[in-house]
Design a binder for this molecule. Structure first.
Ligand SMILES: *Cc1c(COP(=O)(O)O)cnc(C)c1O
Length: 511
């Protein structure tokens, strides 16, 4: 591939595109500015003379610097870019913890109804009663499925929901004269957002070790509890794909110590309709609508991660929230105020409620059970070659392997994941959770058929067999068939190039 000095593929102009993978159908897409140029416009407009009075003295002094493309040129650029992407609509996406389930087309159809899609947050309230009713119904079902007292709808992702829930906990403790509680307990297997949330809000984080079987050590929780502990942040089912067997005992110990139980609900899809987290003693839990309730994972947004709250925390919800069948948009007193503009991501609310109502209570429970069945099927098919760190127990919705089966092969978890790309699959989650070495976390979800799971397992077994047979080059050189080979991810993260700069003295060059 042709790369310039900044690691960006160079375009070859509007006529012929350099191919990326040897297939001329997968073009190496140039930037918009390399296809069009800033001297031309894609539309024909009559010349106008703009005088300074016209714009109150605020006319532009410099060129606008937008690439002039026709509508078909612009359209084709974005469609070609989209074809370089792997997506849930093009293949299986077995990312553990992330729950990449199918986004039903019915959800999309409902979200496009004009009464939901074309409304504006500043419209008179009397004209958006249907949308408000939908928020109220969504809140009702989230509280019903979790057996909780209130739900704040507006957080825009799981991580934002965590922050919202922990802010409610902090507000409740401040109101009770307990603001000296400055420690948050976080198990070792937790997602990085949990300690990040606690630290962001000024708490110090105390890590709780995992037991040899991958579950949280209850005795370690009990001995870490003290009058200075504000809360525990616990994921259930946990990130090893295991239901915490002593979660009720943990909740009781946490409450006895005067602390709150924040549950990371990212894995709620494994138990929805089967277990109500409120019955387990949780005080706050975010629900990633994009994981459990099939809304699209954003490409940067818009997302939604509502937080359900117990009776004790309900008075500290941010507005708008739903409580006892009522949508509260303005509240006085202890409430947190707003954490987002307006009422949150309406399109996601519509999709999530559509998923709930089209499944019904029994259908949601069935989806959770099918997700668990699929994960156990993958585990059963792979476990004679892949190494299972916590053997002897069935998993919930995701199957966890470590890299000990690759010992001596010179193939790492990362290499293995890259080779999966060449076989047409998105890699599983790698190196998370941190409690196992070289983790491979596979979550097939309920949406995959047995045929797809079998094809996936066949590929995984073939790869593992090949790695063990000593063919490490296939892995260390992978991917060879993707639009991009291995990237310098550190450099991409630390010095991303996010903006086109007008070439200074090289008028024809790309950079
Ligand atoms: C996905 C995830 C989060 C964060 O949720 P986002 O919606 O990605 O912000 C937190 N905890 C766990 C266990 C997760 O899987």
């Amino acid at each position: 591939m042709n790369m310039n000095h900044q690691g960006r593929p160079t375009g070859t102009g509007t006529s012929g595109f350099a191919s990326t993978s040897g297939s001329s159908l997968l073009p190496n897409e140039p930037l918009l500015f390399e296809i069009g140029d800033t001297e031309h416009s894609g539309v024909d407009l009559p010349d106008v003379t703009i005088t300074s009075e016209f714009l109150g003295g605020h006319e532009r002094k410099s060129d606008i610097d937008l690439a002039g493309l026709t509508e078909p040129e612009a359209m084709r650029h974005y469609v070609r870019l989209s074809r370089l992407n792997y997506s849930i609509d093009s293949g299986m996406y077995p990312l553990g913890s992330c729950t990449m389930k199918h986004n039903p087309r019915l959800n999309e159809k409902m979200a496009r109804l004009a009464g939901f899609a074309d409304i504006h947050p500043l419209q008179p309230v009397s004209t958006v009663q249907g949308a408000l009713e939908l928020m109220s119904q969504l809140g009702h079902w989230l509280m019903t499925l979790t057996n909780t007292a209130a739900v704040a709808l507006t957080p825009k992702a799981g991580a934002h929901g965590e922050m919202c829930g922990m802010m409610a906990i902090r507000a409740a403790q401040e109101a009770a004269g307990q603001s000296h509680r400055k420690i948050v307990l976080v198990p070792e297997s937790a997602h990085g957002t949990n300690p990040a949330t606690a630290a962001f809000l000024g708490y110090s984080v105390k890590s709780i070790p995992a037991r040899a079987d991958g579950t949280v050590d209850v005795e370690a929780v009990k001995s870490a509890l003290s009058p200075d502990v504000a809360a525990i942040m616990l994921t259930n089912p946990n990130t090893c794909g295991l239901f915490e067997p002593e979660v009720i005992e943990i909740a009781a110990a946490v409450h006895a110590a005067g602390a709150f139980f924040y549950c990371d609900g990212a894995n709620f899809n494994a138990i929805m309709g089967v277990v109500r987290p409120g019955d387990l003693g949780i005080d706050a839990m975010h629900i990633n609508l994009h994981k459990t309730f099939s809304t699209p994972h954003g490409g940067g947004g818009p997302g939604a991660g509502p937080v359900v709250l117990s009776e004790a925390l309900a008075p500290f919800a941010p507005v708008p929230f739903v409580r006892k069948g009522e949508l509260v948009e303005h509240a006085e007193g202890q409430h947190l105020g707003r954490i987002t503009a307006f009422n949150g991501q309406m399109g996601m609310y519509v999709r999530a409620l559509t998923y709930m109502l089209s499944h019904g209570g029994d259908g949601l429970a069935q989806a959770a059970k099918d997700a668990v069945l699929n994960a156990n099927y993958v585990k059963a098919r792979l476990q004679h070659i892949f190494s299972v760190p916590f053997p002897g127990q069935p998993v919930m919705h995701e199957a966890l392997f470590d890299d000990s089966f690759l010992e001596g092969t010179h193939v790492t978890t990362l290499d293995f994941a890259k080779a999966m790309i060449d076989e047409g699959f998105h890699p599983m989650t790698m190196y998370f959770p941190l409690v196992v070495h070289g983790a491979m976390l596979i979550e097939p979800t309920e949406s995959e058929s047995k045929q797809t799971l079998d094809r996936f397992c066949d590929v995984m077994l073939e790869l593992a067999t090949d790695a063990k047979a000593g063919n490490s080059a296939r892995f260390t050189s992978a991917p060879t068939k993707a639009p991009r080979r291995r990237l310098d991810e550190t450099r991409a993260a630390r010095s991303p190039i996010l903006k086109w700069e007008r070439p200074v003295d090289l008028p024809q060059a790309a950079e």
